[in-house]
Design a protein. Sequence first.
Length: 257
Amino acid sequence: MALIEINLYSQVLNLEVPVDVILPQDAAPPYKTVWLYHGGTGDHTLWERYTDMERFVRERGIAVVTPTAHKSLFTDMLHGQEYGKFMGEELIERLREIFPCLSTAREDNYVAGLSNGAYGCLRIGMRYPEKFAAIGSFSGGDFADQYWTDDGTYRGRRHVLVFGEGNPGQSEHGVKFLARRVVEQGGPYPRIFHVSGELEPGGQGNGMTDFFRDLPFEYKFRVYPGVGHEWELWEEAFHDFVDEFLGIRPIVTKYYV
């Protein structure tokens, strides 16, 4: 397995963006790829540092890409930069040029994330449904489906920088807005694996479960007992997303060093 750290220059952002790429060495390319997003207080390294990510993906022979999105919520910021366009377009195109071993087939590409990245993967997956066969949203919801104002708090100020004042739900910031557009266009429909912890401080499902069950998406929602907004949940959810939902089974079971 190869862990590659890249500082990728983005023309969209006019910025060097750190990205980690994990490539298997015991499987034949092209590699199925999970584009995996971090949370609001993290960066591209946390999935590797806080979980068994390297060993897990090595055993399954898949590639994982973890980019940094800073405080953008993985969308095109109103007062900032076009991180959504970077994630959904430029990042994928550039990395496939650098690593032609990454599969370009829709059925081999998946987007997932935790917390802020869980909103981000839902938004990117719905904005670019032709690129991703499945979405893994771990503790995620539609952050755009509410009213935001700069109320003097860190949270309010940060979201206004991303969305602007008001309710941005009826725009490309909105997961529900984008999902309805996918339906209007007749697909393609990414499969959705949505999870929540039993002890999540914001409640379970984040208002998404009833919405998606009324639409022609394959949607699976799971509540994990005894855990909240924490890595114990997200690590197990990622395992279940890959193993159960995507059906990617181990190609090897043990490694010796």
